[in-house]
Ligand binder design. Structure first.
Ligand SMILES: NC(=O)c1ccc[n+]([C@@H]2O[C@H](COP(=O)([O-])OP(=O)(O)OC[C@H]3O[C@@H](n4cnc5c(N)ncnc54)[C@H](O)[C@@H]3O)[C@@H](O)[C@H]2O)c1
Length: 1942
């Protein structure tokens, strides 16, 4: 299995004698050893009990010591067994602590250095004190670890020292005694034993001990001379100590009593520097540490590495002990002695090898480690298993849930066992490797699997990505490199990637997780960047990079890294691939096995396993499904499987139908096919053998069965009887054995010998998929299959009954897989089977036929009776053919065959022939043959030979309806052919991964091919190879695998040597993951990896990938709800896919370029460059001086050059702020225009942002600032000269509007509006720069919510928006967008309009529709000012308006067409509403071919040819508008009701799932009906507006009333469930909202404490379609989850574990019942929204500490909210600590035990560059708050102001000398916020304390959030979910506060 592995028996380095300083435990005298550590009174240590040890790990007996050393070479698979009670000899040889505490040992470099167990602190303290003859024990740790774990460690060390040295020593010790004594005597071991009688109970029990960590310096001393006050709380009072001590002085060790000192550093990689190392060393010197010091590193890898390095060099080296506290440190960094610090040149570049003397891996630490850190460590575990042990890798795969549960604090024994096993296994592998190659000769390199690329990624993306996360990506990529070299196969890559992904680790740079964590930076990492960093990898030799390669999971390619060319690595890393067209000569046929069809792959695997003999299976598809099937079959011992032919084939040796129930449950993920097939197979576990040959097989199975499972049979044999096992002491601190697991979880693991059931289980989705009919059929036949959880779904517990056989009836109208399952298992039934399919119809007969056919291939012929529904299956044994090739996926097979066609070569697909039943299998015979290819087919192969290169001929029209997926391949062939090919019948291809017809047209054109697009297909005018050229830039694949593969075929058909680039190369992975390897290796085409080159036409006019959105005719439903802006995390968190091109900021000096630029840069994760500063740095003198020396001209020249250089250096990922005069020179303007693509003939490379601010404000500010050079001219003249240039050069414009709401009369001193400005700009950039499609149909790019299906826009009809500001909130209630009618504004001047947009933006969150309506179209804008109008529209795009209305008229005039097309080109992320208004009522809604019944006048006009102007019909207009708009708006004029009916008919005729959103309505009074019926952004008015924008406009409330009367908006009832609720404000909230929007809904109280009652109310009203939803409060919030009242849960509800909102969703898809109840939790959103309001949406995150007070249900939502906001730390206090502990474990926080001082203690220690902001959330009722020391929390004087936080906006504003801007709410010069969820009284004790005089005097300054506000906010979120509408918050709040009585 692992032939490359070192010989396990080969000798390794002989154990070195222990260094003298160590008193090794093994030298302890036997007889007294036990008593030596008898614990002090009251702290009795557990007596000798069972020991659980890995067989290959150090054990306790003397002989075992030997075994341990040699056995460490066997493959280090950890197995647990039970050792007999230690024999006397073991006691004799080992010190007592081994029998008191149980642990696992691993030998490193011949010493038993590594000790792993649970709760080791007491043990390790004694071990250190006893074993190390030192004067000082110097602990180095970090703040996080110190807070949680240091106290206990200090206390235990204290006790250990007391135990060993006697308590009175303290009393008598003089300062001299306590001073380290160099060269003091060695410990006299025999004397230690005299501690037998050592007394003393500890005077400070662990749980009440508070270390002096928080009171000042971050270092301390334990057991210093008694005059040191900081140790007072630690040391027992002298009198106690003396009184308690009976120790005879003569029995004490003669060496001096050691002291303990500690030093705490801030957490994180940033401290791993030379500077911190020096700080620690200085501290050690200061603390009097000498050579007799042992350094103890307590922490993760950072602490271990740095403290290790300190120890390595301190006084030329002192010993180091590692106490790893992270998983990563336990399995990796603590072992091996590598120590280092980071330096500017790179990570870990300065360090030393310094082996630790001890490593204590206390698993207990993992339970406080944040989940992400645990998963981070799992990357290293997975890594080790991946290169070393397939078996352990399988454990990782299965153990995902358990590991995560463990990390969350779940202490169940199975999880503990599993994770311990993984840790020790990994540690053993690492120690094995280290032992055999201490100083990195070669073998040690293998530990670097995944690290060559991983480290490079880490160098670029840290600290956003953690080490393990980078290693995870690195492993998968390195494995792909191995695949590209033919070393491993695709299955290996996939298995590895799947396992990493299961642990929540990213596996690609484009992984959404990586993108989110890095704010989009991961997408910008190029292959070249990675290669560049890899250049300094220490494994490189002679300039060649070397990577560790695995052959398969668990097997190394070689025991060292392997040299790899950069070219190969680049190919894997680069996002795009360059193909070099090959020579086109026919040679011998290329034989290709194409990835198999998925259905056939699964069946082939199953049958080969059930058959006798060996079969080499080729052509398997590597998908999740097949992988799961394979693993399950192996587990069931159905077959043994080996890889062959370099991984291209599998040799399956079947066991003739004998299967064995595995000892553990079989996890099938979401693999549906596997679950069905295996259910039928699992019953066979009990089948009796039938033939002698079967019996032989069975025997072999039996013997292999002994190897099965996780328990070593030898160990099993040694196991004690159960009765003894149960004797395990309660105090046991070790993980249980497998045997214990057996007894505790009989269903998880079985004893192996007696028959037991098979348990099949899957993921949550799988547990919902049906399998009931199959189970029913099998049970009816005598099988025993039980449902483990839910009736009808997995998990299944399948008894090994065998299949009785005979007649079986099966209902087959759900899945043909049920039929196939029984068919395939049936030959092994005890009697021949007659299977009859019952029920109405049989689904997918084709698949049943496929099963029958493949069964025949494996030797079993099934008879199908003439009724067509009955199958007779004989008793038989499948027989394996020697080889079986799975038939290809026929669509995939088209590519290599087309390759033959276009290159004039011969290709044989070896696994698809005439016998195939797949539609696309006819591609060769029915399509390629027509082109003149020679096609030869056998039953199972297809060979195509293309005509000589250049001789392909177009084939005229072809209907591809029978094989639509193959049309893309056909396009490639048709393009290389000469002549036309017209492809029809493929309209379904418009709604695949992308609109494939448009996509192909677009991309073919880029190769120089002429194409004509039609609704149902296209015509390719092939011009032969002569007419083809490679496209400029990369081929765009629309993330569609078929586009990518067909386009690569076309690229290969170009003339020899031409190079084409195909982008998004990874999209082929969907069906053919190693396609590019195949192209290179098998088709002989040279490939290079290239970093993506942007295609010039990226601004895609046709929008080939259409958003499937909205626009359909449904009423509102819960699914329709787009929560209002900012209300869900999705809005902000998932917006990171930004176009990364650099932004250049221009604008007047003093506009805020630097301030706002740097804030934006921080928030968009970009680099900020201040060009002035850069220039000064570059030239070495100030700008003043430069101007003095060289004059303005010289300065301008230098400035321009600096910008050129900066753009070259930072083409992406940066924000550059230029000086104001950059536009003064022609050269400057040219450069900017070229950057923004605004200069003739340039392609847009990036963005130019013009930041503009009222010139008077600028002047006022500039005259104040004396630090800048004066202008030679008047400021205003400068502005007038430049403003045109700014506008010409910019692509984005942002106006800084003065004043809080943009209204002029504000307090001139009040500049707090800058907060809003900053937020607005960041949001704007997020939206405008987001890449055009993030695939989320509910959001615009950038996360701006798209209006829901039912939506409204309010048309603003003011001449000046300022006058609308006071009523804006009121008039927009319930609307989803605001239309700014520019034509109605007082002035159409660009500057005026720009300001109007800015004011609107400042005063409303709603998206803006920018409309300039011309007179001819019913507006007020002069028809003739076309150019000025388009200039306005262009500017609207620059200003970031979400929608721009473009009137599509005069489209036949070239100049107008040009204007329209240019606008579309520039639209970026805005949406264009293509509009057309027929104000005259001349245009008909009916088709031109139909008589115009609708509009008589228009119809008549058309018929008479008298219509004025070019009269059209709306249907034909629609077609034109469709080309231009993202949204189409058609407005007619109703003269009679039939006009509305015609409109209705028209709308129905054009609506479909992929049609563009449509606004269609008729104006006029009669047309009002059509307004009410239009659903998508219906224009509305409001009574408070001066005039409606159009005749007939209605308000939202009117439309709702109208729809209700028509029955389109049914009445709904909403409830509040819970008790007591009599005083609830919820009815006020919701009923006010309903009324305001005219919704026919009511909200009432339904007081109950019983969930059954709640359920019955819901059932009653939901049945009649009246139930809309409900609020749920105490005590039912958790009940509705527990009892399944909520049938589906939102993610938040799931994580919080409670529901406060129920939503009814109605729809046919919910079956007979017709509805489904969805549970959500909005409490947390209420908290978040209110906090955001106070601290800005940038709040949360680094430097923020969340504090939750209380431990009840609401506190769960609070914890969740704080975590979601990104609080770095979470602290929880509750009266009952256990509850707080539980919450802390679950949400990744820490429980605090005492409120007093708690906030103060969380302040960042002095010297740290961080600032702390607190978000305190109280969740206990006000009455219960009395008596809690809330004031103590706030009142303790902290004496220090919050420190600067360099990661927050605060530092930006405080450190940048700009524009006189002070950001207030964004700068938390407040201490934070205090939220109280209790709302009666309004000012609760908690809130009162937070702002009490005492708190203020202590320097605290909190903002308060009252419970009533949260109540409203969470209610708003409910309202949005129920109604699909934004709640009208002002009137609701007004009503609530009115009703609310103190
Ligand atoms: N020497 C080696 O052979 C080697 C090998 C691998 C990695 N490394 C180094 O290790 C470092 C990464 O180590 P890491 O991942 O352990 O990071 P880390 O040391 O920074 O720890 C991660 C975080 O978890 C916190 N933490 C640690 N233990 C905790 C506990 N029990 N409970 C709560 N919080 C806890 C820490 O304070 C820190 O914030 C890197 O510098 C890397 O170079 C070294």
């Amino acid at each position: 299995m692992t032939e490359n592995r070192p010989d396990p028996t080969s000798p390794i380095r002989t154990p070195q004698p222990h260094p003298p300083i160590l008193a090794m435990p093994s030298s302890s005298p036997p007889s007294t050893a036990h008593s030596a550590l008898s614990s002090p009174v009251g702290r009795t240590l557990p007596g000798p009990t069972l020991m659980f040890q890995p067989s290959s790990i150090r054990t306790t007996s003397a002989s075992d010591v030997q075994r341990s050393d040699s056995s460490s070479h066997v493959p280090p698979r950890v197995q647990f067994g039970v050792n007999p009670t230690p024999s006397s000899s073991s006691v004799a040889r080992h010190p007592t602590f081994q029998t008191d505490h149980k642990f696992l040992r691993v030998s490193v470099l011949g010493h038993d250095t590594y000790i792993c167990g649970y709760n080791l602190t007491r043990y390790l303290a004694r071990d250190i004190v006893k074993s190390f003859n030192v004067a000082t024990i110097a602990i180095v740790t970090d703040e996080n670890v110190a807070r949680i774990h240091l106290p206990k460690l200090l206390v235990e060390l204290h006790h250990a020292i007391d135990d060993v040295f006697g308590v009175q020593q303290l009393h008598v010790a003089s300062a001299e005694d306590a001073t380290p004594q160099p060269g003091s005597a060695q410990p006299v071991i025999s004397k230690i034993s005299t501690k037998k009688d050592a007394p003393t109970s500890p005077t400070s029990p662990t749980d009440t001990y508070t270390p002096p960590l928080t009171s000042g310096p971050s270092s301390g001393t334990l057991l210093r001379p008694s005059h040191d006050s900081s140790t007072a709380s630690l040391n027992p009072s002298p009198s106690t100590a003396v009184a308690g001590s009976n120790t005879p002085v003569s029995n004490l060790p003669s060496r001096p009593r050691p002291r303990v000192v500690y030093h705490v550093v801030p957490p994180g990689e940033t401290v791993k520097t030379r500077e911190y190392k020096a700080k620690i060393e200085d501290w050690m010197f200061g603390a009097g540490c000498g050579r007799d010091t042992v350094v103890v590193a307590v922490g993760g890898g950072v602490i271990g590495d740095m403290a290790g390095f300190v120890a390595a060099t301190f006084m030329r080296g002192v010993p180091i002990i590692q106490i790893p506290t992270t998983l990563l440190a336990m399995v990796d960094s603590s072992i091996g002695g590598k120590t280092a610090v980071d330096v500017p040149a790179g990570k870990n570049l300065v360090g030393a090898f310094h082996q630790p003397r001890r490593i204590y891996a206390d698993m207990e630490y993992l339970q406080t480690l944040p989940l992400r850190e645990v998963l981070n460590g799992m990357a290293e575990v997975v890594k080790t298993c991946a290169f070393w042990s397939e078996e352990d890798f399988a454990l990782c795969e299965e153990g995902v849930d358990r590991v995560i549960e463990f990390a969350k604090g779940n202490r169940d024994p199975v999880s503990r066992d599993l994770i311990t096993r993984l840790v020790v296994s990994s540690a053993r592998v690492k120690s094995y490797v280290v032992t055999n190659d201490e100083k990195e000769g070669g073998l040690r390199n293998v530990l670097n699997f995944g690290h060559s690329i991983g480290h490079a990624i880490e160098a670029i993306l840290a600290p956003d990505l953690l080490h393990g996360e980078c290693v995870s990506i690195g492993m998968v990529l390195e494995c792909e490199v191995a695949r590209a070299l033919g070393i491993c196969d695709q299955a290996t890559v996939e298995r590895l990637a799947r396992c990493c992904a299961a642990y929540g680790l990213p596996t690609r740079l484009s992984d959404p997780l990586a993108v989110r964590l890095t704010g989009g930076r991961s997408l910008r990492v190029s292959a070249e960047q990675i290669l560049e960093v890899m250049r300094v990898d220490k494994k490189n030799r002679a300039g060649r990079k070397r990577l560790v390669m695995i052959k398969s999971i668990g097997t190394l390619h070689e025991q060292d890294a392997t040299a790899v060319d950069d070219r190969v690595i680049r190919k894997v890393l680069a996002p795009a691939v360059e193909l070099i067209s090959p020579a086109h000569q026919s040679g011998p046929a290329v034989l290709m096995t194409v990835p198999g069809s998925k259905s056939l792959s699964n069946r082939a695997l199953l049958l080969a396993s059930l058959a006798t003999g060996a079969c080499t299976v080729k052509g398997l598809l590597h998908s999740d499904d097949t992988q799961v099937m394979l693993e399950a079959l192996k587990r069931m011992k159905a077959a043994s499987v080996e890889h062959a032919e370099d991984g291209k084939a599998l040799v399956v040796t079947g066991n003739g139908g004998t299967v064995k129930a595995p000892d553990v449950e079989v996890y099938l993920g979401n693999a549906g096919t596997a679950s069905r097939f295996l259910t039928a197979v699992a019953v066979l576990a009990g089948s009796k053998a039938r033939t002698s040959s079967d019996d032989d097989d069975k025997e072999s199975v039996g013997s292999s069965g002994a190897e099965d499972g996780d328990v070593d049979p030898q160990i099993r044999a040694k196991q004690k009887p159960r009765s003894e096992q149960t004797k395990v002491s309660e105090d046991s601190v070790l993980p249980p054995t497998s045997a214990m697991i057996d007894s505790a979880h009989p269903t998880l693991r079985h004893s192996g010998d007696k028959p037991h059931p098979t348990t099949l289980t899957g993921n949550a989705r799988m547990k919902q998929r049906p399998i009931g009919d199959l189970v029913a059929a099998l049970n009816a036949n005598g099988c025993h299959i039980a449902f483990g959880e839910r009736e009808g779904s997995l998990p299944l517990v399948i008894q090994p009954t065998g299949l009785p056989g005979g007649k079986i009836s099966l209902s087959a109208n759900i899945s043909s897989q049920y039929v196939s399952a029984i068919l395939m298992a049936a030959p092994y039934a005890e009697n021949p089977v007659e299977l009859t399919l019952v029920g109405e119809e049989v689904v997918s007969q084709a698949y049943i036929d496929m099963t029958l056919s493949i069964m025949e291939d494996f030797g079993v012929k099934v008879e199908r009776l003439p009724d067509g529904r009955t199958y007779r299956i004989p008793r038989a044994t499948y027989v394996n053919p020697p080889d079986y090739t799975v038939e290809a996926d026929a669509s995939s097979a088209t590519y290599p065959l087309a390759f033959a066609a276009v290159t004039g070569t011969t290709v044989t697909v070896t696994n698809m022939g005439s016998r195939s039943l797949q539609g696309d299998s006819k591609f060769a015979t029915e399509v390629l043959a027509k082109f003149g290819c020679v096609v030869e087919q056998t039953e199972r192969t297809t060979t195509v030979t293309g005509p000589a290169f250049g001789q392909l001929k177009g084939i005229g029209t072809i209907d591809m309806e029978p094989m639509t997926d193959a049309f893309l391949t056909l396009c490639a062939v048709a393009a290389v052919a000469v002549g036309d090919t017209t492809i029809v019948g493929i309209s379904n291809q418009r709604v695949k991964e992308c609109d494939r017809i448009s996509a192909m047209c677009e991309q073919l054109r880029r190769f120089g091919v002429q194409v004509a697009e039609m609704p149902t297909g296209l015509t390719v005018h092939g011009a032969g190879p002569e007419g083809l050229h490679p496209p400029e830039g990369a081929v765009k694949c629309y993330d569609d695998h078929r586009v990518a593969m067909s386009m690569s075929v076309l690229a290969m058909g170009l003339k020899q040597g031409l190079r084409s680039i195909v982008g998004e190369k990874r999209c082929v992975e969907k069906t053919w993951p190693d396609w590019w390897d195949v192209v290179e290796r098998e088709m002989g085409v040279s490939l290079e990896g290239v970093d993506e080159v942007v295609a010039p036409e990226d601004e895609d006019v046709t929008g080939a990938k259409k958003e499937v959105v909205v626009g359909t005719k449904y009423g509102p439903s819960a699914l329709d709800v787009v929560p209002y802006a900012g209300s869900t995390s999705v809005v902000r968190a998932e917006t990171s896919k930004l176009s990364d091109a650099t932004i250049v900021i221009i604008g007047m000096r003093g506009a805020g370029k630097s301030t706002l630029g740097s804030i934006s840069a921080k928030n968009l994760a970009r680099t900020f460059v201040d060009m002035d500063a850069l220039l000064e740095k570059k030239i070495g003198i100030s700008i003043h001086e430069l101007i003095d020396r060289e004059g303005w001209e010289g300065f301008r020249k230098a400035e321009l050059q600096a910008l050129k250089d900066a753009l070259e250096l930072h083409p992406t990922g940066a924000i550059l702020a230029c000086g104001g005069g950059i536009v003064e020179t022609e050269g400057g303007r040219d450069l900017l225009k070229a950057w923004g693509g605004k200069r003739e003939g340039t392609i847009r490379k990036g963005h130019v942002l013009h930041l503009t601010r009222d010139i008077d404000d600028v002047i006022e500010y500039l005259t104040r600032d004396k630090t800048r050079p004066a202008y030679p001219e008047e400021m205003r003249d400068v502005w007038n000269r430049r403003k045109g240039w700014f506008s010409d050069c910019s692509t984005i414009e942002f106006v800084v509007v003065k004043g809080k709401r943009g209204v002029v009369n504000v307090d001139p001193e009040d500049e707090t509006y800058w907060d809003d400005v900053a937020k607005e700009l960041v949001d704007r950039l997020r939206h405008q720069l987001a890449q055009v499609d993030d695939g989320n149909a509910k959001f615009f790019p950038g996360g701006v919510p798209l209006p829901p299906r039912t939506s409204y826009f309010l048309a603003l009809t003011f001449g000046d928006v300022r006058t609308a500001v006071p009523v804006l909130e009121e008039v927009t209630r319930g609307a989803d967008a605001i239309e700014l009618r520019v034509d109605l504004l007082k002035s159409h001047d660009q500057g005026y309009v720009r300001e109007q947009v800015a004011i609107l933006r400042r005063n409303s969150d709603l998206p803006i529709i920018f409309t300039v309506r011309t007179k001819g179209q019913g507006g007020n804008y002069p028809d003739e000012d076309v150019n000025a109008m388009f200039e306005l529209l262009e500017n609207a795009l620059k200003w970031g308006c979400e929608f721009v209305d473009m009137e599509v008229i005069g489209e036949d005039q070239p100049s107008r067409k040009d204007l329209m097309e240019t606008l579309l080109k520039h639209k970026g992320n805005s949406k264009i509403i293509a509009s057309f208004h027929d104000f005259e009522g001349n245009v008909s809604w009916d088709n031109p071919t139909q008589p115009a019944i609708g509009n008589l006048a228009a119809g008549q006009a058309i018929r008479d040819g008298k219509a004025s102007g070019p009269v059209s019909t709306f249907p034909s207009k629609y077609k034109i508008l469709e080309k231009y708009g993202d949204i189409i708006k058609l407005i007619g004029m109703a003269k009679q009701r039939s006009d509305n009916h015609a409109l209705e008919r028209f709308v129905l005729s054009v609506s479909g799932p992929s049609s563009k959103p449509l606004i269609a309505l008729n104006m006029g009074a009669i047309g009002q009906e059509s307004r009410a019926l239009n659903t998508f952004i219906t224009p509305v008015t409001h009574p408070a507006l001066p005039v409606p924008a159009a005749p007939g406009q209605l308000s939202i409330a009117q439309i709702h009333q109208f729809r209700h009367l028509l029955g389109l908006l049914p009445e709904r009832k909403f409830f509040l469930f819970g008790t007591p609720i009599a005083h609830s404000q919820s009815p006020t909230i919701h009923n006010t909202g309903f009324k305001e929007l005219g919704l026919p809904y009511t909200y009432t109280l339904s007081e109950t404490g019983s969930w059954e009652e709640l359920q019955s109310v819901i059932d009653k009203h939901a049945r009649s379609g009246r139930f809309g939803g409900a609020s749920v409060t105490i005590p039912l919030k958790e009940d509705v989850v527990r009892h399944g009242v909520a049938e589906e849960l939102s993610d938040a509800a799931k994580q919080i574990g409670a529901v406060n909102t129920l939503v009814a969703v109605y729809g046919a898809e919910y079956g007979e019942k017709g509805y489904r109840i969805v549970g959500d939790n909005t409490d947390w959103l209420g908290i978040r929204r209110s906090v955001w309001k106070r601290l800005g949406t940038f709040a949360g995150g680094r430097g923020t500490v969340g504090v939750v007070i209380g431990g009840g249900g609401t506190s769960r939502a609070a914890c969740f909210a704080l975590k979601q906001m990104g609080c770095e730390e979470l602290r929880i206090w509750n009266r009952t600590s256990a509850k707080a502990e539980r919450l802390a474990a679950e949400f990744g926080g820490v429980a605090i035990h005492e409120l007093k001082n708690s906030l103060k203690s969380l302040f960042s220690p002095e010297g740290s560059v961080r600032e702390t902001t607190f978000i305190v959330v109280g969740t206990i009722p006000a009455q219960a708050q009395n008596g809690i020391d809330l004031l103590g929390m706030f009142a303790e004087p902290n004496g220090q102001k919050p420190l600067l936080n360099d990661t927050s906006l605060a530092s930006v504003s405080r450190t940048l000398p700009v524009a006189g801007i002070t950001l207030t709410s964004l700068t938390p010069n407040v201490s934070g916020v205090v939220v109280d969820m209790a709302y009666r009284p309004r000012r609760t004790p908690l809130l009162a304390h937070a702002v009490s005089p005492d708190a203020l005097a202590a320097g605290w300054s909190f903002k308060l959030i009252e419970g009533i506000e949260i109540l409203c906010e969470q209610g708003f979120e409910q309202f949005a979910r129920w109604t699909g509408r934004k709640p009208p918050s002002s009137p609701i709040e007004a009503a609530v506060y009115r009703e609310y009585r103190e």
